[in-house]
Design a protein around this ligand. Structure first.
Ligand code: URA
Length: 242
């Protein structure tokens, strides 16, 4: 596919002047109301620089991708509804705060999406997590549903759909179709991913304008094998093997 030019930006703390800040390649902008890209902070760019590096070994790949995934989950949770909630502090004073409202669950797209389950568990104690296995059908070359195990009351929950690599969007779109067939409304699905492509986002957001997407970063495109470029290679292989 055509390779767009990736944007470059100065990245650094507010107290530094533009000329003091180093420049880096930042996320390709996307123009869909339902898509949120994480703020392009020095932390995020440095963490991504580690996991994108082909010389980064598995231990560091796991550690630093876990940190990015944690940022994604924390941002994703900001898209869930809250209600006003006043508590009394130990010194007897009220604090007008908020409480989370509604039940949630995670659904990982196997195998790479399972790498995102731990961060969700760290943020949401004893969260229910379902799984979906989608693989390319050898004959048709189309994504095919091989297995799913989902909470029986999933239709009553908000669903955080987990898959780190959002390339063509084929698997994610099939996963959303499965969730919808179990009664989950589009508005209650939130798709969290580490690295997206503009074609994946366009395909997905056109088909499901009401499903929310949170990505850490959008790369400029895909190669002829539908790998994200510059990307980080095969996420599942780097996280689980060697
Ligand atoms: N899946 C991956 O692991 N990497 C890509 O670049 C695209 C899909």
């Amino acid at each position: 596919s055509d390779i767009r030019t990736a944007p470059t930006q100065s990245v650094g703390p507010e107290y530094q002047s533009e000329s003091q800040k180093p420049t880096a390649t930042v996320s390709t902008p996307v123009n869909f109301d339902n898509v949120t890209i994480l703020p392009q902070t020095p932390q995020l760019i440095a963490l991504l620089s580690i996991i994108r590096n082909r010389d980064t070994q598995r231990g560091d790949f796991v550690f630093y991708s876990n940190r990015i995934i944690r940022l994604l989950v924390e941002e994703g949770l900001n898209h869930l509804p809250t209600v006003e909630h006043t508590v009394t502090t130990p010194v007897g004073r009220p604090y007008d705060g908020l409480a989370f409202h509604g039940k949630i669950c995670g659904v990982s797209i196997m195998r790479a999406g399972e790498a995102m389950e731990q961060a969700l568990r760290e943020c949401c104690r004893s969260v229910r997590i379902g799984k979906i296995l989608i693989q390319r059908d050898e004959e048709t070359a189309q994504p095919k549903l091989f297995y799913d195990k989902l909470p029986e009351d999933i239709a009553d929950r908000w669903v955080l759909l987990l898959d780190p690599m959002f390339a063509t969007g084929g698997s994610a779109m099939m996963a959303v179709d499965v969730l919808k067939s179990r009664g989950v409304p589009d508005e209650r699905i939130l798709f969290l991913n580490v690295l997206a492509s503009p074609e994946g986002i366009t395909n997905f957001a056109t088909k499901f304008p009401k499903v929310r997407v949170v990505s850490a970063f959008v790369d400029p495109g895909l190669d002829e094998k539908n790998y994200i470029i510059p990307g980080l290679g095969d996420f599942g292989d780097r996280y689980y093997t060697r």
